[in-house]
Design a protein around this ligand. Structure first.
Ligand code: NAD
Length: 330
């Protein structure tokens, strides 16, 4: 069995690879893992250090928009798990060209190569942000796509392409749409690692707007567990939401991080809200739970405590990356 993992040097992709190579997924126990990653600012070989010596791992540095390198990477793959993307909403507001290129053209390039090479299963990792914003209740998978940022619009576009490759070419595509991930090795421009590393350094944390935007938090390990359930048994052509079950507004999240780092409200610096900032995300996970037996296993209290501890213990990982966040560290 050979698996092509795109974006395997990023936050979620590297977690999936580390888990796959250390026996977390029985169906991948002997699988060879090929990573294709461009190593953008968000990609980091250090994320793979714990498994770097595995004889089952092969790393290819390259762009998913390049048909030649995609072809080389995909040869012999039975399964493609597609994580590679430009993933930060704030960056997409500042400029969206790379988002359209990688997320749309890159996904199409991979889908076409998967058809040409006869790949048996393609898992396209998407986001709940494609649904837009919801005041009350939760989105089922059939909800219309109403993306509000260039990031989520580019992901929605890639979802539609993935669907079309199932309908047109009968490629066995599954789409997953997850909520906000957190955990170790997350690039310190995203809110939990940004706030944690600022607080550990005694710096203020920039809180957008009134701080009442609500997100559902999903530990990266639960997300990857859900992805593997879909890879193993998801029905071709289907979409599966993956959520964590802990909804918090950003003020509540901030309070928990202040407590976890022994700091206080004086560290909070309100900043002007993000443009078109979605108010609330909430996915309905009935489908993946009933069909595939998915349940989040990491409680938010435990997951947040261990994540903050990881950042305490791994300054050598994140301190050099702070240079790369630029003004996206707000
Ligand atoms: P990330 O930004 O940490 O990592 C992205 C990886 O993709 C990096 O290693 C980068 O080098 C690579 N990459 C970017 N452009 C590339 C290209 N053109 N060719 C090859 N590689 C390229 O992202 P992440 O947080 O790990 O997210 C992974 C996936 O999950 C993305 O598709 C994202 O849309 C989705 N997602 C993430 C979250 C979240 O909370 N982080 C939530 C929902 C969905």
């Amino acid at each position: 069995m050979r698996v092509l993992v795109t974006g395997g040097a990023g936050f979620i992709g590297s977690h999936y690879v580390r888990q796959a190579l250390t026996g977390a997924y029985p169906t991948l126990a002997d699988a060879e893992i090929v990573i294709l990653d461009k190593l953008t600012y968000a990609g980091n070989r250090e994320n793979l250090a714990p498994v770097a010596d595995s004889p089952r791992l092969r790393f290819i540095e390259g762009d998913i928009c390049d048909p030649d390198i995609v072809r080389e990477s995909i040869t012999g793959a039975d399964l493609v798990v597609h994580f590679a993307a430009e993933s930060h909403v704030d960056r997409s507001i500042a400029g969206s060209t790379d988002f359209v290129r990688t997320n749309v053209l890159g996904t199409q390039t991979l889908l076409q190569a998967s058809v040409d090479e006869g790949v048996a299963k393609f898992v396209h990792v998407s986001t709940d942000e494609v649904y837009g914003s919801i005041e009350v209740g939760s989105w089922p998978e059939e909800h219309p796509l109403e993306p509000n940022s260039p990031y989520s619009a580019s992901k929605a576009s890639s979802d539609l392409l993935a669907r079309s490759y199932f309908r047109t070419h009968e490629l066995a595509v599954c789409i997953t749409r997850c909520s906000n991930n957190y955990g170790p090795y997350q690039f310190p421009e995203k809110v939990i690692p940004l706030f944690t590393t600022n607080l550990l350094d005694g710096k203020k944390i920039p809180l957008y707007g009134d701080g009442l935007n609500v997100r559902d938090w999903l530990h990266v390990d639960d997300h990857c567990q859900g992805i593997q359930l879909v890879a193993d048994a998801g029905r071709a052509g289907e979409i599966y939401n993956i959520g964590g079950g802990t909804e918090l507004n950003n003020r509540e999240l901030t309070s928990l991080l202040l407590d976890a780092t022994g700091t206080d409200e004086s560290f909070v610096r309100p900043v002007i809200d993000r443009k078109a900032h979605d108010r609330r995300y909430s996915v309905d996970i009935t489908k993946i739970s009933t069909e595939l037996g998915y349940q989040p296993r990491v409680s938010f209290a435990d997951g947040l405590a261990s994540t903050v501890q990881w950042y305490r213990d791994n300054r050598a990982w994140w301190e050099p990356l702070r240079e790369r966040t630029g003004h996206f560290g707000r």
